[in-house]
Design a binder for this molecule. Structure first.
Ligand code: ADP
Length: 467
């Protein structure tokens, strides 16, 4: 495939379309001129025929030629300019009259012709137009054939010239058209070149720059707007990633600093055994915290690059939540808390049990972490709405925080200043997992009363995974 620039491609397509149109117009013009020329010749012949027939007479079946001398005279007069050839043949094929300009030649004719006919023929090398007319007596019987020929050199010259003019002007017109369109499109796509140049100038990491808007609010303007919006999104994405990296480093640095501080204190002077044990335990605690954060970061990274496989199966929520209760037994007992499970309806869902487990682990451990001693965690399944709600009677979340709790590294000020462990990653992981499973996760909370996190399952979940 030829490599044409957009500009030349447009010019080429226009030229091809123009070639077809001009070609058709030229053909039509030539056709009309051609037809007019022959009509003109034929009407001249008709005129001639009228004059001749008016001076012919016949007696019975034989033709009497009356005004022969005048005919000759007429022909002689016209011979130089536009000679008319005449020939009268009777029914038996005898030539009754032939104009003198015919000399040796005879006009071609069809002896059995019964109606008028026009056709092209030759005399010597001359092209002539002929009309042949059967002549009838008063009773309508054909008694001879009148043939009239006139030169068509003139029309032939006209047509020939016309052909030449059209033939030469056709390619010329196309060349002019191609050049004109090419220039016009070059002008038309100049703003595109400007956009390309501007886009090139945007550096690899410089997503702050934007493309200049073209003057007219046309498709290019729209293109520039769309690209700018895309740059904006990339810019936000990059900013988010930067923020994430800095938050992540910060979260790791804090326990590292604490560990280092503790170890330095231990090194400074010899201490009691109990003191060592206490400090080493706190170091282990910080290491565990770091380990937890790294685990969560890894989980997020895996979720974000889509490398977590989904293995859905039909799940009986009653049995599933009973299992969960057993797993949580000791932790609940630690804080004197308990589960209240309420399954309204038969409670069957199709989802990946392991991934659902991760979501519930995050939600329940929050309810457990933030809920006060002796609190209750309700797990309610509503069959009608296909919603699983995890409800706690903990401190609740203030309105100003509620929108942000699913953001990475977001913790409310209270959580931050409390001793409750966490890096603000749990809910963002839960939301990503919910997205992956096609679940909708929402939160409702009232400060001082408690929080409810809801997971809405799709109604047609069977089809979702098996289709
Ligand atoms: P964290 O590791 O801090 O718990 P999450 O992403 O799980 O991170 O939660 C984000 C923030 O939302 C928490 O720091 C806390 O302030 C608030 N939060 C989450 N769940 C609850 C809850 N059940 N009750 C009160 N506050 C909650």
């Amino acid at each position: 495939m030829m490599k044409l620039s957009l500009r030349n491609r447009i010019a080429l397509f226009t030229a091809i379309a123009a070639a077809v149109t001009i070609g058709l117009v030229f053909l039509a013009v030539y056709g009309v001129v051609f037809k007019t020329a022959y009509n003109h010749l034929d009407s001249d012949i008709q005129q001639e025929k009228k004059e001749i027939l008016s001076s012919l007479r016949w007696a019975g079946d034989s033709i009497l030629i009356d005004a022969m001398p005048e005919w000759e005279e007429n022909e002689h007069l016209e011979v130089e300019v536009n000679p008319t050839f005449l020939q009268v043949v009777d029914d038996d094929g005898r030539v009754l009259f032939r104009s003198s300009n015919l000399e040796e030649d005879i006009l071609l004719y069809n002896p059995d012709l019964t109606s008028d006919r026009f056709f092209n023929s030759l005399i010597g090398k001359k092209r002539i137009r002929q009309g042949q007319f059967p002549m009838r007596n008063e009773t309508g019987v054909i008694i001879g054939q009148l043939t009239i020929g006139i030169s068509q050199e003139e029309s032939a010259i006209v047509l020939h010239n016309l052909r030449n003019i059209l033939g030469v002007s056709f390619p010329l017109l196309l060349i002019i058209l191609f050049a004109a369109t090419s220039i016009a499109t070059a002008k038309g796509i100049a703003p595109v070149q400007q956009l390309i140049q501007a886009a090139r100038n945007i550096g690899e990491t410089d997503f702050h720059s934007r493309l200049p808007f073209p003057e007219n609010e046309d498709e290019l303007y729209l293109l520039a707007t769309t690209i700018n919006e895309l740059l904006q999104r990339i810019d936000h994405g990059v900013q988010r990633e930067k923020q994430f990296a800095s938050d992540a480093s910060h979260e790791i640095r804090t326990p590292l600093t604490a560990i280092r501080g503790t170890l330095e204190v231990l090194l400074r002077k010899p201490r009691e055994k109990e003191y060592y044990e206490e400090k080493i335990e706190s170091v282990i605690h910080e290491v565990d915290r770091m380990h937890g954060i790294l685990e969560q970061l890894l989980q997020l990274a895996r979720l974000e690059n889509g490398s977590i496989p989904i293995k859905p199966s039909l799940l009986d929520l009653s049995a599933y939540l009973d299992d969960l209760t057993r797993q949580w037994q000791s932790r609940l007992a630690e804080k004197g808390m308990q589960f209240a499970i309420d399954i309204q309806g038969n409670g069957f869902v199709t989802t990946d049990p392991a991934l659902l487990g991760l979501i519930l682990e995050n939600l329940i451990s929050n309810a457990w972490k933030y809920g006060g001693k002796g609190g209750e965690i309700k797990l309610i399944w509503s069959e009608d709405q296909r919603v699983l709600t995890i409800h706690d009677n903990g401190p609740g979340i203030a309105d100003e925080h509620i929108k942000k709790v699913f953001d990475r590294f977001y913790r409310t000020d209270d959580s931050r200043s409390s001793s409750i462990p966490g890096a603000g990653l749990g809910l963002s992981i839960a939301r990503k997992l919910a997205d992956l499973l096609g679940l909708c996760i929402t939160v409702m909370s009232q400060e001082g009363v408690g929080s409810s996190f809801s997971l809405t399952f799709p109604v047609l979940e069977n089809n979702r995974f098996h289709s």
